[in-house]
Design a protein around this ligand. Structure first.
Ligand SMILES: Cc1ncc(COP(=O)(O)O)c(C=O)c1O
Length: 395
């Protein structure tokens, strides 16, 4: 089946955070390019499977612990990445963000330090702070318009006994890096030297630009599996975030028992929605064709955007997109005042971005574009942004 991702589907009136929620001062016909869900319809097998489930007419509690429930997760990662996951290591979470929060509860005490690599997905720092821990920034290096890790700084921070571990974003949101095997091995070598845990958030692992390959951390470094936890989900991959279905891989038996005691015991979170299970099964078992088409469309959106910016906003720098559908654009040359930039975009351009500064130090003067939308919407957002920035900067 060939999908038409150019189709514009009206999402208003669906209680959508992206389309039905806007900041108070924003222009009326606001284009939402911020929160990370897609404007593409789900794969047909997911729609069909949900229809079938609805036709059953009873929607009671579901049990996650049947082998059949987790098997499609195991099959997907084996088939796509050659990563063999043990059935017992997989635990349920309604989301990756809640999972990281649960893990911080298990792995830290208030006052501990937790390393993150900013600019990074802002809930990481928020959750660390909410746990009463210290956000320790191993800032990414931005040189010649590209991002790399600062290993010397990471080592200094890992060596500090106050810092207990790190949250790794792989692939990295918002800078779009797909970390190489060498980069990931360096991180693990440093963590191993100081015996620190790593939460590896791999939620974007399936959204990879042509020519790049994502490497699951647990596959790459099985010798350190007792200190690595991987967060996976079909939610970003298949545009089903609202299904609240994610699968967390915890090979360490002690951590897993703590996970169960905390999530199922104290918090009493146990069963996923029947729709989450059904949608995940259809996605992982039959959604590959759709995903390949989405990735091809995203490759074209990236190329379109690069061309557009080169022509119309030549002093903007679009950081190379290797993975995720979030594109990170440096517009400091046009407006380096982060708050003014936000106002210009929301009130004058009528485009709602995740502003760079919310991702922490190093993010100011950047816009994060969610390009998982029809090309016509992407084009409109680029036109609006370019016109306002050029006028503002007098360029
Ligand atoms: C790196 C990263 N982790 C987690 C999430 C959200 O996960 P969930 O909706 O499963 O809580 C996002 C969403 O944008 C993300 O970019």
């Amino acid at each position: 089946m060939k999908y038409n991702f150019d189709e514009v589907i009206d999402r208003t009136g669906t209680y959508s955070i992206k389309y039905d929620v806007a900041p108070p001062n924003a222009a009326k016909d606001l284009l939402p390019m911020w929160i990370a869900d897609m404007d593409f319809p789900c794969a047909q097998p997911i729609i069909d499977a949900l229809h079938n489930r609805i036709d059953h007419r009873i929607f009671g509690y579901s049990n996650y612990f049947f082998p059949q429930v987790k098997q499609p997760v195991i099959d997907w990662f084996e088939r796509r990445f050659g990563w063999t996951i043990d059935f017992n290591d997989i635990v349920y979470s309604p989301g990756v963000v809640p999972a990281i929060s649960f893990l911080l509860h298990i792995l830290t005490q208030p006052g501990d330090g937790v390393i993150v690599q900013q600019p990074v997905y802002y809930p990481f720092a928020n959750m660390v702070a909410a746990r009463g821990c210290t956000v320790v920034n191993n800032a990414l290096k931005y040189e010649d318009g590209a991002y790399t890790m600062d290993y010397a700084d990471l080592e200094a921070k890992m060596a500090d006994p106050a810092n207990k571990g790190m949250i790794l974003c792989s692939p990295h949101n918002p800078v779009g890096r797909v970390w190489t095997e060498e980069e990931l091995k360096q991180v693990v070598a440093i963590a191993q030297k100081y015996d620190k845990w790593i939460i590896s958030d791999e939620i974007h692992c399936d959204l990879i630009r042509g020519g790049y390959t994502h490497t699951p951390l647990l596959k790459l470094c099985p010798e350190y599996k007792h200190r690595i936890i991987a967060c996976t989900a079909p939610s970003k991959t298949f545009n089903m975030a609202g299904m609240q279905m994610s699968n967390i891989i915890i090979p360490n038996e002690e951590y897993r028992q703590k996970w169960y005691a905390y999530t199922m015991g104290e918090l009493s979170i146990s069963s996923p929605s029947p729709f989450g299970i059904v949608a995940m099964h259809a996605a992982y078992n039959e959604g590959e064709d759709w995903l390949n088409q989405v990735n091809a469309y995203l490759d074209e959106n990236v190329a379109f955007m690069k061309q557009y910016l080169a022509e119309h906003l030549p002093e903007a720098h679009m950081v190379e997109s290797q993975g995720t559908y979030l594109v990170w654009v440096d517009v400091n040359a046009y407006c380096s005042d982060a708050k003014e930039l936000e106002r210009l975009m929301l009130e004058e351009a009528g485009v709602y971005f995740d502003e760079g500064y919310i991702f922490g130090p190093g993010g100011s003067g950047f816009e994060r574009f969610n390009i998982a939308c029809p090309r016509s919407i992407l084009a409109k957002s680029l036109e609006r942004m370019s016109a306002v920035l050029k006028k503002y900067a007098g360029k």
